[in-house]
Design a protein around this ligand. Structure first.
Ligand SMILES: Nc1ncnc2c1ncn2[C@@H]1O[C@H](COP(=O)(O)OP(=O)(O)OP(=O)(O)O)[C@@H](O)[C@H]1O
Length: 859
């Protein structure tokens, strides 16, 4: 067992087989000590840890939503997107989920530390980080700093320095005897380089200095890297320096998604040999191995902004990751053929995927919406990888003596080889090997000839294959170019499609707005149509009313006309009547005047007569009175004489007087009777006249009253008629005005409606045009979509075919190349060995012969 030394001890592997045993071998070794443990027959699933980083500055600036949520209790990751044109809600369960807030220390303790302990137990363990570029693979594996000034871990220190420290801590605490060797390689553009063999002074790295190393198989399925340098370390600080040196030598570049993006897959490997004592006191050497792989980021070439050389890198990265995906799929689907050989990465990881290794995949994702597509792809990838089953086995433990023996044999071989090389005196071959090889030699010599012939034909074939290979390479280059062109076109088409989609979204939004407007418009239009119908009915009613009104007006007019004619005729008749009445009145007045005059005259004459008669009567009466007075006076004296003379006479006289008075009274009576008769006659006449006059006057009055009444009635009728006519006319006027207003209103409404109808028709027309535009744009979109889909399909098929072809060609070429190299190498080495051995044999035989000859000089 090596004792730890303070300085790095380098040893370039001289034998690929030995190299494979110590660093990369993954073949199942026969259990010499019988202590190898085997896992459950069914195997153990690859562990998958998901880590989601916090959003970076750019993502925060874009203010996009965070679409990834991590439930560390349920170990569940959910991708959620709710937009109008895309809805995603997918949940994935993993062995461990660490959200954006998880710290480096916690992550290491919870996810990686258990596997480090397994490596110390003698298992080969692989941890690899997989994820989109810029999601934190390097941050997780290496971190951003290692230690603080006080010797404590920096909070950003990643998995590798922490694992290294833990290994040393555990081994120191166990006071174990151990050796530790580390190697650091990268796979860049399908070429493997040793990151620790590069000269520290030559920076920036000289590409010529990078010597590609060959990945070989030892014939038993174990993979090894020929010429890889392993560095023996004894402290953690030495490893940190190695890490720093290796990291400087890595291929990195700035991309749009990461300022320092790894353009290669890097593998840091720690090999441990720990001494163990069994209860029986037997010393065993336990061999554990820890491979820490930081894969290059899967990337969308467009989004990462990779161009020319970078695009080629990205192409190679994606190719190897694609192969990794195919390997995972083949393992999960249990398909017979697993395409490990299709890329250096999968060849190297062969034992970690479906082999005897304990494997943990750290899948890294970003929470932002911009990375959603790649995040979903990583989640699907990791979810699938969870189903890969490995059958981990503890590496064989060697007894110390066996190891020492092996080492001695190896040392002896090396010493002899060295000696032989120094002396340029052939090579050292151990006795038993010499004898067995001797026996084989003859067969080989025979074979050699055959081989030479075969070689010739194979050379020819090789040339052919080389040509074919060159052609294929050319074809591959063309196809790659074509693929890149197609990819570029596809990206362009995708961009155009995205633009179209955005446009479509906008148009859809506009259409939605328009739809709502249209529905509003349709609603209002419906209302308007209802109203229009109502209005139409009203208009029709109004029209019929107007026409009836017009008819009425017509009627009214004709009636008015008739009335006017009537009034005119009535007026003329009335004036005629009035004229007649006037005339009649005048005549009657004249007549009456005449009659009155006659009556007056009659009355006057009558009165004159009567006056005269009265005067005569008065005169006669006066005469009578005078006579009576004179008689009385005459009688007074006799009366007095008589009175005085006798009372007898008096009686006589009295009698006489009474006689006379009776005669007088009779006379007077007679006269008064006459007068009375005359007066009575007169009075009778006057009364008669009066009665006549009264009757005439009454008659006239009655006539006049009647006439007046008649005139009054007719004038009242007329007035009433005129009044009614006026009211009727004013009513008619009012009605006319009303109907005019209604008509005007209706005309206005009709005008409005017409305008609205025209506007709605215009709108409808616009909508129809919009519909036509929409239909045509949908048609176009559909066409574009179909074209894009076709293009996509075509490019996918092409890519698939190309990839398949690439893989086949590459597989063929690689295996042919390797077979051929192996074959040539082994043939060469055999040839050289055989020739040297023959020479040696020949010279020794010659020596012997000389010796025999000297012993037997006689011969
Ligand atoms: N969990 C995290 N917490 C804080 N910062 C992080 C985390 N993960 C990544 N980052 C930051 O994100 C940036 C990119 O990370 P990193 O370089 O590790 O990505 P990557 O996956 O290795 O990318 P690439 O594949 O391009 O190499 C770095 O600046 C790093 O500091």
């Amino acid at each position: 067992m090596d004792t730890p030394k303070s300085n790095h001890q380098r040893r370039r592997s001289s034998s690929p087989f030995l190299m494979s045993q110590t660093l990369w071998s993954s073949t199942e070794k026969t259990c010499r000590s019988g202590l190898t443990r085997s896992n459950d027959e069914k195997g153990v699933n690859v562990k998958v840890v998901l880590r989601c980083r916090p959003p970076n500055e750019d993502e925060m600036k874009m203010k996009g939503p965070l679409v990834i949520s991590c439930d560390e209790l349920k170990q569940e990751v959910t991708a959620t997107l709710n937009t109008s044109n895309k809805q995603i809600n997918k949940a994935f369960l993993f062995d461990k989920v660490c959200g954006p807030s998880s710290q480096q220390k916690d992550f290491y303790d919870q996810s990686v530390a258990p596997l480090v302990n397994e490596a110390l137990e003698g298992y080969t363990c692989t941890i690899f980080a997989y994820g989109q570029t810029g999601t934190g693979k390097t941050y997780t594996m290496e971190g951003e700093a290692i230690k603080e000034k006080n010797g404590e871990f920096h909070k950003n220190a990643g998995v590798i320095p922490r694992a290294v420290q833990e290994i040393f801590d555990i081994l120191e605490s166990q006071k174990a005897e151990y050796t530790m060797k580390v190697a650091y390689i990268e796979i860049y553009n399908e070429e493997i380089t040793d990151l620790l063999s590069l000269d520290e002074e030559s920076k920036p790295i000289d590409e010529k200095q990078r010597k590609p190393l060959a990945l070989m198989e030892d014939g038993k399925g174990a993979v090894f890297i020929r010429g890889l340098e392993e560095v023996t370390v004894s402290t953690a600080d030495e490893i940190y320096k190695i890490l720093e040196k290796g990291s400087v030598n890595k291929h990195t570049a700035e991309t749009l998604l990461n300022k320092q993006s790894n353009r290669s897959h890097s593998i840091f490997s720690i090999t441990l040999h720990v001494k163990e004592c069994t209860h029986e006191g037997l010393e065993l050497i336990k061999c554990g191995k820890l491979n820490l792989v930081d894969l290059a980021g899967s990337e969308n070439i467009l989004r990462s902004g990779a161009k020319e050389g970078r695009a080629r890198e990205a192409g190679e990265i994606n190719k190897s990751l694609l192969t990794l995906g195919r390997v995972i799929n083949a393992l999960v689907d249990h398909s017979g053929h697993v395409p490990y050989r299709d890329s250096k990465l999968t060849r190297f990881l062969r034992d970690s995927l479906g082999g005897k290794t304990k494997t943990c995949i750290i899948a890294t994702v970003s929470p932002s919406i911009q990375c959603l597509e790649e995040t979903l792809s990583t989640l699907e990838y990791a979810n699938r990888a969870k189903q890969i089953k490995n059958r981990p086995e503890v590496n064989q433990k060697l007894t110390k003596s066996a190891l020492i023996k092996d080492l001695y044999v190896e040392m002896d071989c090396l010493k002899q080889e060295l000696h032989a090389t120094r002396e340029k005196n052939g090579i050292y071959i151990p006795q038993d090997r010499f004898l067995s090889e001797e026996a084989a030699h003859k067969a080989i010599v025979g074979k050699l000839k055959f081989t030479e012939l075969d070689l010739e034909s194979k050379n020819k074939k090789l040339i052919e294959v080389q040509d074919l290979y060159d052609n294929q390479r050319q074809l591959t280059a063309d196809l790659t170019e074509q693929l890149e062109r197609t990819q570029r076109e596809l990206k362009k088409a995708e961009q155009a499609f995205n633009d179209l989609e955005a446009q479509n979204r906008r148009v859809k939004e506009m259409i939605q707005e328009k739809d709502s407007l249209v529905s509003d418009v349709i609603k209002s239009e419906k209302e308007m149509t209802d109203k229009a119908l109502e209005l139409r009915d009203e208009v029709e009613n109004a029209e019929s009313e107007i026409s009836s009104l017009f008819a009425k007006i017509e009627k009214g007019n004709s009636r008015e006309e008739r009335n006017r004619i009537l009034v005119q005729s009535f007026r003329s008749k009335l004036s005629q009547q009035l004229e007649i009445l006037k005339r009649k009145t005048a005549i009657s007045v004249t007549k009456q005047e005449q009659q009155l005059n006659v009556i007056l005259e009659d009355t006057q004459s009558f009165l004159a007569n009567k006056r005269r008669a009265t005067d005569e009567l008065k005169v006669q009466l006066q005469k009578l009175k005078d006579k009576y007075n004179s008689d009385i006076q005459n009688l007074a004296v006799p009366v007095q004489d008589l009175h005085e003379n006798s009372q007898l006479a008096f009686s006589k006289v009295n009698s006489e007087i009474s006689k006379h008075s009776s005669a007088f009274t009779d006379l007077v009576g007679k006269i008064s009777a006459d007068v009375n008769a005359i007066l009575n006659g007169l009075q009778g006449n006057i009364r008669e006249l009066e009665v006549k006059i009264n009757a005439f006057v009454r008659q006239e009055q009655q006539y006049q009253t009647r006439r007046y009444h008649e005139i009054q009635i007719s004038s009242e009728v007329l007035l009433n008629f005129f009044k009614t006519l006026n009211t009727y006319i004013s009513k008619l006027r009012l009605m006319d005005e009303k109907s005019q207003t209604i008509n005007n209103q209706q005309l206005f409404t009709l005008e409005d409606k017409f305008e609205e109808l025209a506007a709605s028709e215009e709108r409808q027309l616009i909508e129809k045009v919009a519909e036509l535009i929409l239909a045509s744009s949908t048609k176009k979109k559909r066409l574009v979509q179909t074209a894009v889909n076709d293009l996509r399909e075509c490019s996918t098929i092409k890519t698939r075919n190309l990839n398949a072809e690439f893989s086949d060609i590459q597989g063929c070429a690689n295996s042919a190349y390797e077979e051929w190299t192996n074959y040539i190498e082994s043939t060469e080495s055999h040839h050289i060995e055989d020739s040297t051995r023959l020479e040696f044999w020949k010279s020794s035989l010659a020596g012997n012969i000389d010796c025999w000859l000297s012993w037997f000089p006689m011969i």
